[in-house]
Design a protein around this ligand. Sequence first.
Ligand code: NDP
Length: 306
Amino acid sequence: MEQVKCLIIGSGPAGFTAAIYLSRANLSPVLYEGIEPGGQLTTTTQIENFPGFPEGIDGPKLMENMRAQAQRFGADLRSGIVTKVDLSSRPFRVTINDEKEIAAESLIVATGASAKYLGLPSEQKFKGMGVSACATCDGFFYRKKDVAVVGGGDTACEEATYLASICRQVYLIVRKPFLRASKAMQERVMNTPNIKVLFEHNTVEVLGDECGVTGITVRDAQGAESRIDLAGFFLAIGHHPNTEVFAGQLELDAEGYIKTVPGSARTNVEGVFAAGDVRDPHFRQAITAAGSGCTAALECERFLLK
Ligand code: NDP
């Protein structure tokens, strides 16, 4: 069986940052890229809030750069999906693609979280062309335009409020007759003049042309359908962390996010670290994920040198 000092699972900003740090420390990390190589940023266009790129950078390009940087220092980047782990003793046993087994002295889990989508074919068609699951990433491109946010939780309210500060009109599309968000967030939404809340509305279709989204069709509680002209359509109906394979072995919170020791990347299993969105239901930014990948790598390095 192949033996490795450190195995990193996931190829978003957290995974690649951990790989950069560990390879520079001569710890020969092996990184498996997972289901969506490059992670969520590969589904966005321009990223303007990642420091160091005054003109902005395309999401896929940023990830390509991080990947190349990890490779430059010798990180062993492989395609493959982790299908099983056994963390009951060290070295940990990790199965790739249901076939290959690897023994790892330490593990960094950076498998991320995936935004939930409604599941409409038209929504998938315009992903990255007006359909987005991150207002702070993409909102700026809809400056002075009309947009919609789907969801009634804190994220939807926060994103609607943020978008209202840059867009002309924001429609908040809520499937229930009430918002689930905290009282304070609800009040903020209700007191923002350019947010219109459409209660008991569901999105039936995302409309668009070769340039991207042009509108949506919504259905109200009586079944009546209407069209809203829009340039941007934002989903804020929750995320799900990619932790299924770790259930029962790593301590997870009620939503399935990996629990870590506060201020650290350490999990409940010594030698297993978690970084990025897989442990962060709150911030979900490329820069915070990269930062936590760095923390995980430094802690992992200390653990391996012990
Ligand atoms: P939530 O699960 O709280 O809310 C999801 C929202 O999306 C709900 O209104 C839900 O509707 C709606 N929804 C789900 N599926 C669909 C669908 N298929 N069609 C239409 N609507 C749908 O997720 P959030 O991301 O908002 O929040 C996650 C957690 O993070 C919460 O605990 C929240 O409080 C917290 N948070 C805190 C913040 C803060 O404190 N500043 C900021 C952001 C998040 P329904 O109500 O009908 O189920």
